[in-house]
Design a protein around this ligand. Structure first.
Ligand code: SF4
Length: 355
């Protein structure tokens, strides 16, 4: 039985961000966020398109000012994927984003707390059928929750989320998803676990301010991995201080490793040792770079020698195994030829195209 069959996903309602369904039995949706200036339409659209090419199914853009709100209309109109507007502080920017055609809104209860402002935003979102993410962040909790946050940070996140969700519900609005992000993995995991027992809205998962490509990947893989393995999570965003495309690659790698999404490149590579017959590390890295936008599932094994090489190569779609005479190439479990070690990247990329 595969790992995927063992994960029983939490039962959640379904919401729709444009054409993308989140929650229920729908695949866990991968999303990312632009880091261009939103008012720069060309730069933002270029990044949105890159993210979409690499598999980001939703893209969020920050709307920090009216210029960004005005730019949003053209970004939404030309984006290949639904755009979510990220709003902090100023409810008028939420209204401007809805008027610009945003498919979803993210509001932060810590930064938008006047009830009449929330009511105004909710009414406009309801009229347009646009879902709202209640996006709680440990770094921007209301003052009234800071004391609790010191004692029990996960509870403080849950209280903030629940209070905002109840406000939306009291206005008759239920097209909601929820996130509660902290930079500590244990706090984030605990908060989602507590809230999972209290709500059936879909959850957006993330470890916030997770760090650089290296540290952020590790923290996100651990935190999101725990929750996803428990069946919690309907959409994920990996936050990295890096090119946002890396966020998408890491997100799919996390989902792939748990058997929750299929698709894209999976490179199996040995750690190398004194027996290594070719530059496994360079080949594996090159393949990951050059085939990073691959949508269909493709597993490639890059193995330094014949100790474990043939076994791994046989169970992959394509394989390369070092030998003293050259590198053996495998296709669908069969050894097809032997090539010079300098031709491995080129050969595997060509075969990935044909395969
Ligand atoms: Fe070393 Fe061979 Fe194992 Fe790679 S597959 S780590 S080269 S023994």
């Amino acid at each position: 039985m595969s790992q995927a069959k063992k994960i029983v996903r939490r039962k959640t309602r379904v919401i729709e961000i444009g054409s993308v369904k989140i929650g229920g039995r729908n695949p866990i949706v991968v999303q990312s966020m632009t880091n261009t200036r939103t008012a720069d339409v060309r730069a933002t659209l270029n990044q949105v398109r890159r993210l979409a090419r690499h598999g980001s199914e939703i893209v969020r853009v920050a709307v920090p000012d009216q210029a960004s709100g005005s730019a949003l209309k053209r970004i939404v109109a030309h984006s290949p994927v639904p755009i979510v507007a990220d709003i902090q502080f100023d409810y008028r920017l939420a209204i401007a984003s809805l008027e610009a055609g945003a498919c979803g809104l993210r509001i932060n209860p810590g930064n938008l707390h006047k009830r009449w402002q929330v009511e105004t935003v909710v009414k406009e979102a309801a009229d347009r059928g646009v879902p709202i993410r209640v996006g709680v962040n440990a770094g921007s909790l209301k003052n009234s929750l800071l004391k609790e946050h010191k004692k029990n940070p996960a509870r403080a996140l849950v209280h903030s989320a629940l209070s905002q969700v109840r406000t939306l519900e009291s206005l008759g609005f239920e097209s909601i998803k929820v996130s509660m992000k902290a930079s500590e993995v244990s706090t984030t995991v605990k908060a989602y676990e507590i809230l999972a027992d209290q709500l059936d809205y879909p959850f957006h998962l993330g470890i916030t301010e997770a760090g650089t490509r290296f540290s952020g990947t590790v923290r996100s893989a651990v935190g999101l991995g725990i929750l996803l393995a428990e069946g919690i999570g309907d959409t994920i965003r990996v936050s990295l201080a890096s090119d946002p495309v890396e966020e998408v690659r890491v997100a799919y790698a996390i989902l792939n490793s748990l058997g929750l999404r299929e698709g894209g490149l999976e490179v199996i590579a040995c750690p190398t040792c004194a027996r290594t017959e070719f530059d496994v590390i360079r080949v594996a890295e090159k393949l990951e770079q050059r085939l990073s936008s691959l949508k269909r599932p493709l597993k490639i094994a890059v193995m330094g020698c014949i100790v474990n090489g043939p076994g791994e190569a046989r169970s992959a779609d394509l394989g390369a195994v070092g030998t003293p005479r050259g590198v053996q190439i495998y296709v669908k479990g069969k050894r097809v030829r032997i090539i010079h070690k300098n031709l491995v990247v080129k050969t595997l990329i060509e075969m990935a195209g044909d395969e």
